[in-house]
Design a protein around this ligand. Sequence first.
Ligand code: GLC
Length: 668
Amino acid sequence: MTLAEKIGQLTLVNVGPGVLPGDLRAAVRAGKAGAVLDVVDVATVNELQRIAAHDSRLGIPLLVGRDVIHGFKTVLPIPLGQAAAWNPELVQQGARMAALEAAASGVNWTFAPMIDIARDPRWGRIAESFGEDPHLAAVLGVAAIRGFQGDGLSLPGAIAACAKHFVGYGASEGGRDYGYVGIPEVDLRNVYMPPFRAAADAGVATFMAAFSDVNGVPASGNRFLTRTVLRDEWRFPGFVVSDWDSIVDMVPAPVANDKARSPLSPGMEMVSTTYRDHLPGLLAAKRVDPRLLDDAVRNVLRVKMQLGLFERPVTDPAVYPGVASAANLALARELATQSLVLLQNRNGVLPLASKRLHSLAVIGPLADDAYEQLGTWAPDGDPALSRTPLQAIRETVGARVTVQHVRAMSTTRTMTTAGFSEAVAAASGSDAAVVFLGEESILSGESRSRASIDLPGNQMDLLRAVKRAGKPVIVVILAGRPLTIEPILADADAVLYAWHPGVMAGPAIADILFGVESPSGKLPVTFPRVVGQVPLYYAHRNMGKPASQASFLHIDDIAARTPQTGLKNASQYLDAGYAPLYEFGYGLSYTSYAYSGISVEPSRARAGLPITVRAVVKNVGQVAGDEVAQLYVRDLVGSVTRPVRELKGFQRIHLAGRKPGGFVSIVD
Ligand code: GLC
């Protein structure tokens, strides 16, 4: 290979929407582009592959990358929503389905799963994560990788997965995207790295470097991360791609420390062209070891060979099942249903049963918005495929219940009250009101951090106005992050958290509202009372002055001139206490479960030997449901301080209820 051809294999070119960049065909023919991203028209992909495989000197096919994050054409719940289902089998099936839909377009590489640990809901990319816990993120990340890569990378329909963003991106300072990340190595290794280690051990084909400046050395050139840990310790054989321009992004934050930096790692440059522009000179000046270049090229070629690209460079869409098939939509519905988390259900207002219901008001900017329910990072989604909550509610109740719909706000950020009176009138004239609130999809995702995580716009005022109609109010929230929703609890008889549930949002939400399914989702992330509590997560360290109810005196209850020693000293906020609004792992059901017969074998743990924990779980309620049994441990004494508890296992189990035949449902 010539130097230009070697560098070409490390060059990932953005094709983007519309026509091919004129010089791209020439670059592929000259072997100067080894990979492309953001082209999903199979005819165009095949044209480029034929040029690469048959017209270029070496005939090396292209990697074709795409952000297949939560579905391709059939959009699944955002990953944070998928995490709320605590169902690795379903996550794997979802990724497999997405891989088949994407592969039919010529895509052979996805920039997923995103397995950053996210403990700051101000950070917009929490939407793409599997939440705050290393174990849950590791299990679900591996499930997604197995789904994308299938039974073997060389088989048709397998696409290379990409563990991203390595590492610590979710700890961006202040929740501001692309921010500095200061994480002690002990926390890097105990919290942020485990999902990536699990991904490497599961055979993920590629990694993506984070944008982040990690402890003073940007991840896109960080020797400790990409050589010491990834190569020397984990023996990772794949390649690392930079993030979009993340190599150029290091220029404003220069590091003159050859011991900390690692040239040519990442081994592929996304979009920017520093390798093409500067590597020849650096090699000539002997400032970069040519063996590093050969290693990087070898890693890329190995993945291309694993994918069978040399044997099968061109895609025949006919060998793939169609997109958005009934089976795919059914899978999206099942995953969306299991992702929904019931946070409040006062007086059993849910499920809505037909005996008491003759009219229903469906209100809010997200009740019937086919686009917004898809969420962030759904570049190939098609809103025409969406079934909205309003549509599904109408289909479920049929002629039995009169449904009135009032959008009331044009977007979730609307500040006028123009639509309120119509909403109040609809609620007044109905037996109950279901109010759909939350965030539009553009308010979460990359570069979408928010300093306040309240409901945007004047949605609170809309809810209060509707509540004044005096009818039961059910609030359904679609959002890409935990929102500070404590202020709505007084006005909402029930609260169902739906994240952005994808194309089948409607049927999933309707199935829960009307009791066709019992809610089973559990929070994959802590919900703070106020944003000032952030970061707030369950696996926190203990401390010498831990907070407790006994020590907490609300700021409004402190007597004037209380002496300095007049209050207990504890780790809490005078104005927000210390507890979250909802804990990690929380979620209500329409039934209830009893745990008994818990056993631990052996009773005394010995290093390196397994411990088996057993429990008997019973459904002691009327209706069937899925329980997510969760196992937490606590390391009482470590070489460093240890979390007060850590998730180490979980299992979703379906249990029949006492009522034969299942649910109280409006369909009865
Ligand atoms: C973006 C994201 C990354 C994505 C890539 C390609 O900037 O950070 O997650 O995969 O560019 O779109």
